[in-house]
Ligand binder design. Sequence first.
Ligand code: IMP
Length: 204
Amino acid sequence: MKLVLASGNSGKLRELDALLAPLGFTLLPQNTLGVPEADEPHPTFVENALTKARHAARQTGLPSLADDSGLCVAALHGAPGVHSARYAPENSIEHRIEHRDQRNNHHLIANLHGIHDRTAWYYCVLVLMRHAHDPQPLIAEGVWHGEIIDIPRGQHGFGYDAHFFLPAQGKTAAELDPVEKNRLSHRAMALHQLVARLQEQSMP
Ligand code: IMP
């Protein structure tokens, strides 16, 4: 079965494809079908993922898969949250992604100055819609718990990974081998939950 992926991100395509291909799904990134990116105007991850999935299904007439993810920090009441990609106020979409990440990290550490509680988690939600009017989309979530550290460590990953410390591994997410990150991450957890749901029920 063909599924349109409501993202043009090749990393996500690789990760999702590896688990969904054995179940008989062929993922088609929406940009290859001429679908423009949908806005993400909502205050919750799940609303944004639903909007993206509905947009892709409506535009293509195919079932669709969308994700939304970000970093949440307890002492900041869940921020950066849905604004993770553009947390630093001086960031704009024209800036290179590495520079945006660097500014986001500075902003995060500045906002946590003097705060003792560094509890944080990465969150990912995946939404699968059979069609644009699907009243019962499949929704799967993953949460990856860690702590924010002031001094960055590690060269792998992206975003906030060098400041996201995992006590169980004694490493930041940026110090993990990419294969290990893909096994442990919020995205991996959400994907495994989605696959379990798909195996429980057949797609009409
Ligand atoms: P998106 O869902 O891929 O657009 O991710 C939104 C933003 O959340 C990213 O730009 C990052 O700032 C942050 N984020 C999501 N997942 C990760 C991750 O695995 N590592 C680091 N940052 C992440």
